[in-house]
Design a protein around this ligand. Structure first.
Ligand code: GDP
Ligand code: MG
Length: 454
């Protein structure tokens, strides 16, 4: 049986631009949500049912002619920008749609640009939330008010200042090849980026943001969101976590099928596929029912996409964030899943033996993103692997240097440098570049090449 699942929505943007505040605000939007069924907390995600959105939206829902058939929206509680780079799924990004949040007073910052690059590379549709409008001088705050109502209460100067700042943003998007406009001035949502001015802190504009997300998902993603609900589950690991009394568990976003408590799962590890039997499927208990922190979870028998769930199973110590989880119900399915995961790992974790740079990253997704970027720049790769920078990596760069000086380097995304690696690198003058913004990391490296060549 086919059903339309909730679209998976990621919120991303530069640090301190308001991702957490927006998600908190959405979670606490309890206006009307009591009758409407309320907001459900998942592991690693928050679900807003469609009735809540309809109530919040009021007359705004007429922006969308025709019925909304989505059951709701599933917001991933993305733990920061670096983690977003690892949110991959079969065929691209785990997020069906993204909200790019930009502090309107600060404009584009490095992680804003990086986020746009990643969204573009994965062809993920997105909406822009221009945040912190309440900071505009003289702004009159009305909590949870739609932007289009709130704007009418502002004096001429504040309105003008908002316009100026919006035009600055629109200009920046134009430089990056995007046509953008304030959402109520957008003519064609397939060609123009919609910008919703909001205050995440006070909830202004959040109704429109939610309505737009729902409307756009309904209109442009419905086909993609139709899933065979009874099929074996597929998901992506958000986090690998040690839990009191449960051992190592994985927090997973399920984007396809249904996961049963007696399923076998195949999980991506650093360099292998882990086959294991589920011990328990766990969801968070409602906050007011937690009396003992050891019993923070309820067990469930099954969970259908889209959902966030914690999985307890033996052998998960080597599971890797950003890697796939595939459920299997027969020997054949286990083998197929194993092959699929291995080939995914092998397409990213490579050892070419070429004269090229050594690349390290924290997850499969970020390694893939960094490698792709290097490929596009024509920079050859000798080795791409997940994990901290080790002495072996430096030794390998050293041998590359014998052949071609400029490639005798190590590039690391969101990883640490082991102490012995650091020592050798210092002693033998092997440059190590690390950081958590891909394009900056590559820029630093290219700058070094230029300096060397002079
Ligand atoms: P994140 O790093 O993107 O998750 O940003 P946070 O949500 O942690 O926000 C960073 C800071 O900006 C916090 O002090 C927030 O209270 C503040 N902030 C976020 N949104 C707003 C807003 O709409 N208005 C104002 N005035 N402050 C905000
Ligand atoms: Mg945050």
């Amino acid at each position: 049986m086919k059903k339309i699942r909730q679209p998976i929505i990621a919120v991303l943007g530069h640090v301190d631009h308001g991702k957490t505040t927006l998600l908190d605000r959405i979670r606490n939007t309890n206006v009307a949500s009591k009758e409407a069924g309320g907001i459900t907390q998942h592991i690693g995600a928050t679900e807003v049912p469609i009735d809540t959105i309809k109530q919040l939206a009021g007359p705004l829902i007429q922006l969308w002619k025709g019925e909304i058939r989505l059951p709701g929206l599933l917001f991933i509680d993305t733990p920061g920008h670096e983690a977003f780079t690892s949110l991959r799924a079969r065929g691209g990004s785990l997020a069906d749609l993204a909200v790019l949040i930009v502090d309107i007073n600060e404009g584009f910052q490095p992680q804003t640009i990086e986020s746009i690059e990643i969204l573009r590379r994965n062809r993920t549709p997105f909406i822009v939330a221009a945040n912190k409008i309440d900071r505009i001088k003289g702004w009159k705050v009305e909590e949870d008010e739609p932007f289009l109502v709130n704007i009418k209460k502002q004096d001429q100067r504040a309105q003008q200042e908002l316009e100026t700042k919006l035009w600055e943003l629109i200009g920046k998007f134009y430089e990056m090849g995007f046509q953008a406009n304030r959402f109520d001035r957008v003519q064609d949502f397939t060609r123009e980026l919609a910008i919703v001015p909001i205050s995440a802190k006070y909830g202004i504009g959040v109704p429109e943001l939610l309505v737009l997300i729902a409307g756009l998902s309904q209109k442009y993603l419905e086909e993609k969101l139709k899933i065979e609900v009874e099929g074996p589950a597929r998901g992506t690991i958000l986090e690998v976590r040690e839990e009191l009394g449960l051992g190592t568990t994985i927090d997973v976003i399920i984007y396809d099928g249904t996961l049963h408590k007696d399923d076998t799962i195949v999980v991506g590890g650093k360099d292998k596929a882990i086959v294991t039997k589920i011990r328990a499927l766990l969801k968070p208990k409602p906050l007011d029912e937690i009396r003992d922190p050891r019993f923070r979870f309820d067990q469930v028998d099954e969970v259908a996409a889209a959902a966030g769930i914690k999985i307890a199973a033996p052998g998960l110590e080597e599971a890797l964030a950003g890697s796939p989880v595939i459920a299997a119900r027969s020997e054949e399915e286990v083998e197929k899943a194993r092959q699929e995961i291995l080939s995914q790992i092998q397409s990213v974790v490579i050892s070419t033996g070429k004269v090229g740079v050594i690349v390290k990253a924290d997850t499969l997704g970020s390694l893939e993103a960094l490698s792709k970027e290097l490929n596009e720049k024509g920079i050859p790769i000798r080795k791409a692997d997940v994990g901290n920078i080790s002495k072996t990596d430096v030794m390998e760069a050293l041998s590359v240097r014998e052949e071609e000086e400029k490639y005798g380097v190590v590039l690391g995304f969101n990883v640490r440098v082991n102490e012995d690696a650091e020592e050798v690198a210092k002693a033998r003058s092997i440059p190590i570049f690390t950081g958590n913004i891909i394009y900056k990391l590559i820029e630093d490296y290219e700058e070094w090449i230029r300096a060397e060549e002079e």
